[in-house]
Design a protein around this ligand. Structure first.
Ligand code: BGC
Length: 262
């Protein structure tokens, strides 16, 4: 029987206190990994709630506050992880924001920059520090959470789409750089998954039915459907996957509008 076994591995998940990060933390922990639930300093409460739900010994999971848009804060986060676990096997670069929905002509440029700073700079800082450690270990996996919006344009969210497309190319380039020291770098591109980031859309019947029509399977995904994929990719079962994006979107990218007519 195939088994996702992450026993003895140390996984770090940014934005691990909610949404896809929370689902990733739970899946990785269920498969035996030790986990660092990295969260914004203001979100310690929800991070601790996630920690309490894990069926692991208390020394096998920790919460670590971090503002990933600051390289100094990222380095402090890694100091804590070094002291606690002495290694990093899996980095899930999950933390991200979408920013206010505004066309660029009307956008507040500092809000636009903030999205890039968190989604792209933040993921880059976390990846750099992970690679330093993984290179020494000669092993490791970095998983960057992108989105179908690394491919699909989205009016009002130019910073978000640009950050996700950039993260996709960062993934491919880092995979080239890290392959020779046996580190895999992969992007996961979720479609519409029921998380707090899009709750205003999936929680209301009218916008939910509009959303369902954009998906071949006719429904948004559950966070666990991404968490399971993260655990698989982090495991030896995915040992030959690197430098690519795995789309997990219920068929959102496959032109659902063409099911009828065209
Ligand atoms: C966004 C969600 C959106 C989904 C599909 C994700 O990247 O965060 O808000 O529902 O893409 O459009």
């Amino acid at each position: 029987m195939l088994n996702i076994d992450l026993e003895g591995k140390v996984a770090l998940v940014t934005g691990g206190n909610s949404g896809l990060g929370e689902a990733s933390v739970k899946a990785l922990s269920n498969c035996g990994a030790k986990v660092a639930i990295c969260h914004l300093p203001s979100q310690a409460e929800s991070a601790n709630l996630v920690l309490d739900q894990l069926e692991r010994a208390s020394d096998e999971a920790i919460c670590v506050p971090v503002d990933i848009s600051s390289y100094g804060s990222v380095r402090e986060m890694y100091d804590t992880i070094d002291k606690t676990f002495q290694r990093v096997d899996v980095l899930v670069n999950n933390a991200g924001i979408d920013g206010p929905r505004k066309e660029l002509v009307d956008a507040d440029i500092s809000k636009w920059e903030e999205v890039i700073k968190v989604n792209l700079f933040g993921a880059t800082y976390c990846a750099k520090e992970a690679l330093l450690r993984m290179k020494k270990q000669s092993s490791g996996i970095i998983i960057n959470m992108t989105s179908v919006h690394e491919y699909i344009a989205w009016s009002g969210y130019s910073a978000y789409t640009a950050s996700k497309a950039a993260l996709s190319m960062l993934t491919k380039t880092l995979a080239q750089e890290a392959g020779r020291y046996h580190v895999r770098v992969i992007a996961v591109a979720p479609g519409a998954i029921k998380t707090p980031i899009n709750k205003d859309v999936w929680s209301q019947p009218s916008s939910l039915s509009d959303l369902d029509e954009k998906i071949l399977l006719g429904r948004p995904g559950e966070p666990e459907e991404i968490g399971n994929v993260i655990a698989f990719l982090a495991s030896p079962l995915a040992s030959y996957i690197t430098g690519t994006t795995l789309v997990v979107d219920g068929g959102m990218l496959d032109y659902p509008a063409f099911v009828h007519g065209g």
